[in-house]
Design a protein around this ligand. Structure first.
Ligand SMILES: *Cc1c(COP(=O)(O)O)cnc(C)c1O
Ligand SMILES: [Zn+2]
Length: 449
């Protein structure tokens, strides 16, 4: 254990309790005050490169699995465990595609829009960036069984990594709330799958109690080591932009782990003098699951140096409960109304001068079809980024000549139902339904346009 290098620390400034990295009880919540915890580093004990571009040189060394990994290539920036514990299955071989056709749809100038396609990960979503880090931690502390609540991709990714490092795994999913591609993965990769009569927020509450009671290793994004791995998505964007900063990062917001991790990545790089400027961040909710948008834009909830106004959050959640509210969106990966990383996300918004918007399901499926036609197929939650960018362009919040990187979080094949329904039922202007044809050559020829 890199005990002198890394530690965990409560994010509540009135508490600030520190624990060593061996601590994983209580679902990673601070045992003193119950707040979220960060993985932190004594940076003066880490041998860092002088320039970020030095990480890129590891590419030449790709026979070494840790240099090949798009996460561990940056290992000094997530230096919480020794190499012997590190788990990798080749995650992070993802691409940043500059895309002028999608740029046009979002009213951006040519050359200004970049799509970071995380669908290329081994389990088909960005979650693998986090799992490789969290499972390395799990191995380091000798965990034998793990558990997560999931809208789908967390379970797919956890199941894959658990299997490859010999841990037993159990996933909790909301009954009927999971896209089929993802459910098929959890089962195929050998996870015990428990369907709970409820939504994701119900599963999340249950999993925290179960992991505490049974001492199971928790792999939701409450796990601060997972977020350390997800920081590398930002490093790879900078790397692929020739070590230059984009002006904006656009990311979908669900449980808010990614946005939290990205904010932490940038504030550390700035603190370490490895970047000069922090990009702005736009976090995009689905309109049917827009807690962050409501709290930030309407209730004016802010980080306030960690003194977050808990009453605003409490009142908001009490109202959700009173209305028996359950979130609904076709973007099942972000169908979450009580995001566990809310406070870390507020901190990221503070660090990145961030903005938050919500987009409708209609805007999401149209954007998804455009990305599919001109770019890289993605699942609905990922397409919320382009739908959100379009709104921010219309408002003038983002200029057409700023350089924007949108994170396409998951692969198109994750959720075939949404795609097929959009096209077959002609739900939008980009619908491309199949044409019925008789089994007759002349008739078929007539139909080909
Ligand atoms: C998990 C997930 C999200 C939401 O990310 P958070 O870090 O929970 O905000 C978005 N898109 C996809 C495809 C996901 O799997
Ligand atoms: Zn605390």
């Amino acid at each position: 254990m890199n005990a002198d290098v890394a530690y965990q620390q409560c994010i509540n400034p009135d508490c600030g309790a520190r624990f060593d990295c061996g601590f994983a009880a209580g679902g990673f919540k601070c045992p003193k005050c119950g707040e979220l915890m960060d993985t932190q580093y004594n940076w003066d004990k880490v041998k860092l490169p002088k320039k970020l571009s030095e990480f890129g040189q590891r590419w030449a060394n790709r026979n070494n699995p840790l240099d090949f990994s798009g996460v561990w290539r940056f290992r000094e920036l997530l230096n919480f465990c020794d190499d012997e514990y590190k788990v990798t299955i080749g995650e992070g071989q993802t691409v940043l595609q500059q895309n002028d056709a999608v740029a046009k749809y979002a009213d951006m100038k040519s050359g200004c829009l970049f799509l970071q396609y995380e669908g290329l990960n081994p389990s088909g979503s960005f979650k693998d960036n986090g799992m490789t880090a969290a499972f390395s931690h799990a191995k380091m502390i000798g965990a034998k069984s793990c558990v997560c609540a999931s809208t789908g991709n967390t379970s797919a990714s956890m199941a894959l990594y658990a299997h490859s490092c010999g841990l037993k795994s159990t996933v909790f999913i909301g009954s009927g709330r999971i896209a089929f591609g993802k459910l098929s993965q959890a089962m195929d990769y050998g996870s015990q799958t428990i369907q709970i009569a409820g939504d994701f927020d119900d599963c999340m509450r249950q999993v925290q109690d179960v992991s505490t009671k049974l001492g199971l290793y928790l792999l939701n994004s409450l796990n601060p080591f997972r977020l350390e791995g997800q920081k590398t998505i930002m490093y790879r964007i900078i790397e692929q932009m020739g070590w230059e900063m984009p002006d904006w990062i656009v990311v979908p917001g669900g449980n808010l782990g990614n946005s939290s991790a990205f904010g932490k990545a940038f504030s550390e790089l700035k603190q370490l003098g490895l970047i000069k400027r922090i990009p702005r961040m736009a976090i995009i909710n689905a309109a049917g699951a827009d807690t962050l948008t409501e709290l930030v834009n309407n209730k004016k909830l802010v980080w306030d140096n960690g003194k977050v106004n808990q009453k605003i959050i409490g009142d908001y959640y009490a109202d959700l409960t009173a209305r028996n509210f359950s979130p609904h969106t076709c973007a099942s990966a972000i169908e979450i109304s009580r995001p566990v990383n809310l406070k870390k996300c507020l901190r990221a918004i503070d660090v990145c001068n961030g903005v938050v918007r919500a987009v409708t399901d209609e805007q999401i499926v149209d954007a998804k079809a455009v990305i599919g036609k001109f770019g890289l197929g993605c699942e609905p939650a990922s397409a919320a980024t382009i739908a959100g960018l379009k709104i921010l362009r219309a408002e003038g919040e983002i200029s057409s000549d700023e350089r924007v990187a949108c994170v396409l979080t998951g692969h198109a094949l994750k959720d075939p139902n949404v795609t097929v329904n959009y096209h077959k039922e002609k739900q939008g202007e980009f619908s491309n339904p199949p044409i019925e044809a008789p089994n007759n050559l002349d008739e078929i020829i007539k139909l080909i346009s």
